[in-house]
Design a protein around this ligand. Structure first.
Ligand code: ZN
Length: 326
């Protein structure tokens, strides 16, 4: 091939690559602007995180534009903290599924409390936030367990549709069962099976075909609803969005960072609950109200991400954050 021809071939290859990129970008946009007029359903995956499955599960959900609730077993969360963070980073919600997956109604109320509490702590240590949702192993519950859940502020979530993936269901059968999901309903699946992961692209296609979207499970109602973001908050009128991400943690304090999008001229209000106290900030100019609980953060010329350290005093919950355009 002559040099000139080779150059032409190179341009053609680049053009072809360009067309591919354009196609992928528009597919992504179409997914972001999904039509959810058919309502929301809750996809749930129990028993993780699982070193041999979770990463694959998360990647498959993400590439199909789906978000789901992961009911993690506490001891798995304790042993695989990076995977719990990966669940949150992938846009999933994390729920409590007990510490050792026992038959809870056969236990004393103090054993129940320990199972649920240890799991709250393991997940909070991994992600900075304690779960609000609880699914009892095997769906087994009773009035004692319900009162322990109430004590910890947890909402009990069972399911409307059982995929039967735990019982040897084929990918076809899992897809078939998911196709019966109606607005507000929740399906049981597990973070464990190749059949379950293989079902995801077809579940996504079925939901899209019915204008149904994968939503979050509301702690208030226990039903699937539109995601509220959990982290991002957009005030009425829009303008900017502030998204919190977890940072480093120590026994007495933890770091959080906030990324603002939508404007470069922002005012972000961060409200902590005592005994929490913000003891350091970076990449922002901060002022405080009289109580010391409300911090107002403004850009200091270093971009749209800033951070702070919270001395938690036993409260690991994230502060509330809101954003407005200056
Ligand atoms: Zn389970």
């Amino acid at each position: 091939m002559s040099t000139a021809l080779r150059a032409v071939a190179g341009v053609v290859t680049l053009l072809a690559a360009g067309i591919l990129l354009t196609t992928q970008a528009s597919a992504g946009t179409a997914r972001a602007a999904a039509d959810c007029s058919g309502g929301y359903v809750g996809l749930t995956y129990d028993d993780g995180p699982n070193p041999s499955n979770t990463t694959n599960l998360l990647n498959t959900l993400k590439s199909n534009g789906l978000r789901a609730t992961m009911f993690d077993i506490g001891q798995n969360a304790r042993n695989n903290q990076a995977l719990v963070r990966a669940q949150v980073d992938a846009g999933m919600w994390v729920g409590n599924h007990s510490y050792t997956h026992p038959h809870l109604p056969q236990m004393s109320s103090s054993q129940m409390l320990s199972e649920l509490q240890q799991t709250q702590q393991a997940i909070q240590q991994a992600t900075g936030a304690a779960p609000k949702l609880f699914r009892p192993p095997y769906g087994e519950t009773d009035s004692t367990l319900k009162s322990v859940e109430r004590q910890l502020g947890l909402t009990e979530i069972i399911w409307d549709v059982d995929s039967q993936d735990w019982n040897g269901a084929s990918t076809d059968q899992i897809v078939q069962r998911a196709s019966s999901l109606q607005n507000g309903q929740i399906i049981l699946m597990h973070d464990q099976y190749a059949t379950t992961v293989a079902a995801i692209p077809r579940i996504a296609a079925n939901l899209r075909g019915r204008n149904v979207c994968a939503g979050m499970i509301s702690p208030a109602t226990g039903r699937a609803v539109a995601p509220d973001g959990g982290g991002p908050t957009t005030p009425p009128g829009g303008g900017c969005t502030a998204t919190i991400s977890p940072g480093q943690q120590w026994s007495d304090r933890f770091n959080l960072s906030v990324t603002v999008s939508g404007t470069g001229d922002w005012v972000v209000t961060v409200t902590v609950t005592p005994p929490q106290k913000i003891i350091a900030t970076w990449n922002t100019t901060a002022t405080w109200d009289g109580s010391g609980n409300v911090m107002t953060a403004r850009p200091n010329g270093g971009g749209n991400t800033f951070g702070f350290t919270i001395q938690h005093g036993g409260n690991w919950n994230w502060p509330s954050v809101s954003c407005r355009v200056a």
